[in-house]
Design a protein around this ligand. Structure first.
Ligand code: AMP
Length: 111
């Protein structure tokens, strides 16, 4: 079981900023920006590479939630959404998640 499944199941605490029937959003424990939130599906999906064509609505929903959380947390000057996938993508938790980062200018390209 992943650490994010334990957060969904309320076995470990998290600073939850949004929840609905399909998704959960909580603050990243090791924030890389003044605002750093993770948006995850409640359904256990390992990564973007493990999604199916009929997951389109759920994937779209995660981005809509990211937009709502950005609004809720006052990221009026912009923000970044990132999905790391697999070892080369830098994914460290095998439960699909969208990073929402903001509150400072973010550099590009990433490492
Ligand atoms: P990634 O490297 O893209 O898989 O992102 C995983 C993220 O999960 C990292 O930014 C971690 O800081 C974050 N993280 C790991 N454990 C926790 C936790 N218990 N609560 C909140 N964020 C976590």
């Amino acid at each position: 079981m992943t650490i994010f499944q334990k957060i969904i199941d309320r076995q470990i605490p998290a600073d939850i900023v949004y929840e609905d029937d399909q998704s959960l959003a909580f603050r990243d424990l090791h924030a890389q920006a003044p605002t750093h939130v993770l948006v995850i599906p409640k359904r256990a999906i390992r990564s973007l590479a493990d999604t199916a064509d009929d997951d389109a609505a759920l994937l779209g929903h995660l981005l809509i939630v990211a937009r709502k959380v950005a609004e809720q947390l006052g990221l009026t000057n912009g923000f970044r959404t990132v999905i790391n996938s697999g070892p080369d993508g830098g994914q460290s938790v095998d439960h699909l998640h969208v990073h929402l980062l903001g509150g400072r200018p973010l550099g590009w390209p990433p490492g």
